[in-house]
Design a protein around this ligand. Structure first.
Ligand SMILES: Nc1nc2c(ncn2[C@@H]2O[C@H](COP(=O)(O)OP(=O)(O)O)[C@@H](O)[C@H]2O)c(=O)[nH]1
Ligand SMILES: [Mg+2]
Length: 412
């Protein structure tokens, strides 16, 4: 990843070199921008007015995705008493990726993220920093806590925001009103070992979950109307949010996420199972034998799919894992075959319903399979160093701690 980094600092008599100015920063403000040339000058002025003289040494990182409206040039020309660094990024594009990259450059004890369009009032910055000093892990500039408000949000946008928050509720500490806010502050050190994925628009939610923040404080803000430019939150971002949520649920509740994938794999196995059953039965094969062959075929398919998708970070040698999978699933297989056969025998008048009987056997067998697959067949390779899966970012834009350090050292 290449990016161009330039600085602008007001003529205060000292020429702040990148390093000297950065080293003393207590607060790094990261601002993702795309076509925000119209609002950025006023934003930077208001940030300056909010922090200068408040004993909050600050640096600003404008993370621009090569905006065609010249946002980067405008930012460079703004002379403020707060050092402004402009990073012209070369991808991966997107709000979250821009913020994640900004974190690699940041040098302050605290990092604060806000929009460039003046929807987040810079005047609230000292209150957010104060809450950090008072011991918070994560501070949110909140629209929905008592005292917060939203200006000019249409009904649909309100409903959308409410729905998105509701869907995320199990992921976040109780009592947090506005996990979707893009205006937040956290300790830079809390990012060190966090497995951050730069996906979509809701980087605040990602950080709230992945840093396992416990002491979350909300500072009420009035979320203003956009001063200029247009929102980039389109339908595509909403769809990506759902994908992002799935990833967060899988991360936060790994067994449940695995089980969901295991069931999806099971559904593929079931399709094969039932299809093969129908083919064998219509070919005149006896029920019990047809059942045995189709269960075996489905189990083999399930093994490879589970190895690839459900337990990708737990891959061992294929043959031994397959044997263990076969062994682990033996109980499930017996339950599956036994239950469906028993139902078939018990309801001679209902033999036309045999697919349902098979499905009942498959469902019961799935629980047993999952339990033994997780705890036995795919159990021990998880801790092997270099194992794949857990490290793969959905967009390949994850911020890994070692990478952050290396690239940070190089770039700053
Ligand atoms: N670098 C970068 N910034 C972006 C991108 N999309 C949006 N932003 C910035 O992220 C902030 C929030 O975006 P905005 O469109 O205002 O979203 P909204 O407030 O949810 O409507 C603004 O400062 C945007 O300029 C992007 O693809 N890349
Ligand atoms: Mg906005």
């Amino acid at each position: 990843m290449k990016a161009t980094v330039t600085s602008s600092v007001a003529a205060t008599g000292r020429t702040a070199s990148h390093r000297t100015a950065s080293r003393s920063a207590q607060l790094s403000i990261v601002i993702p921008t795309y076509n925000e040339a119209q609002t950025l000058p006023l934003l930077l002025q208001r940030i300056e007015a909010a922090v200068v003289g408040k004993n909050i040494p600050t640096e600003i990182w404008v993370m621009d995705d090569r905006s065609p409206d010249g946002t980067a040039d405008v930012a460079r020309r703004c002379a403020t008493r707060v050092p402004v660094r402009v990073v012209e990024r070369d991808g991966p594009w997107g709000l979250a990726a821009a913020v994640a990259e900004g974190f690699r450059y940041a040098t302050g004890e605290f990092v604060l993220v806000m929009d460039a369009d003046l929807q987040h009032p810079p005047e609230a910055i000292p209150a957010l920093v104060r809450a950090m000093h008072e011991g918070a892990d994560f501070v949110i500039g909140s629209r929905y806590t008592q005292g917060g408000s939203v200006r000019r949000f249409g009904f649909l946008r309100k409903l959308n925001s409410w729905g998105a928050t509701w869907l995320a509720r199990p992921l976040i500490p109780p009592g947090v009103h506005d996990p979707m806010s893009g205006f937040f502050c956290l300790r830079r050190s809390s990012l060190e070992n966090a497995d951050i994925r730069a996906v979509g628009f809701k980087i605040g939610l990602e950080l709230l979950v992945k840093t396992r923040a416990q002491r979350v404080v909300e500072v009420p803000i009035t979320f203003g109307a956009r001063h200029a430019g247009v929102s980039k939150l389109g339908a595509r971002e909403q769809f990506r949010y759902l994908r992002h949520l799935l990833g967060l649920y899988a991360w936060r509740f790994p067994a449940a996420g695995q089980f969901a994938r295991f069931c999806a794999v099971g559904a593929c196995g079931m399709t094969l199972d039932l299809g093969l059953m129908a083919a064998l039965m219509s070919g005149g094969v006896q029920f019990a034998a047809a059942r045995a062959w189709s269960v075996l075929a489905a189990m083999t398919l399930n093994f490879f799919l589970n190895r690839r998708y459900t337990f990708p970070d737990r891959r061992g040698p294929v043959a031994s894992q397959f044997l263990r999978f076969t062994g682990a699933c033996a109980t499930g297989l017996v339950v599956n075959w036994g239950l469906s056969s028993a139902l078939y025998a018990a309801f001679p008048a209902r033999r036309g319903l045999y697919p349902l009987m098979c499905a009942a056997g498959i469902a019961a067998g799935t629980f047993i399979n999952f339990f033994f697959s997780r705890s036995y067949a795919f159990a021990d390779a998880a801790a092997r160093p270099g194992s794949k899966g857990a490290q793969d970012g959905a967009d390949g834009a994850g911020v890994k701690p070692d990478q952050r350090k290396r690239e940070g050292d190089q770039l700053i």
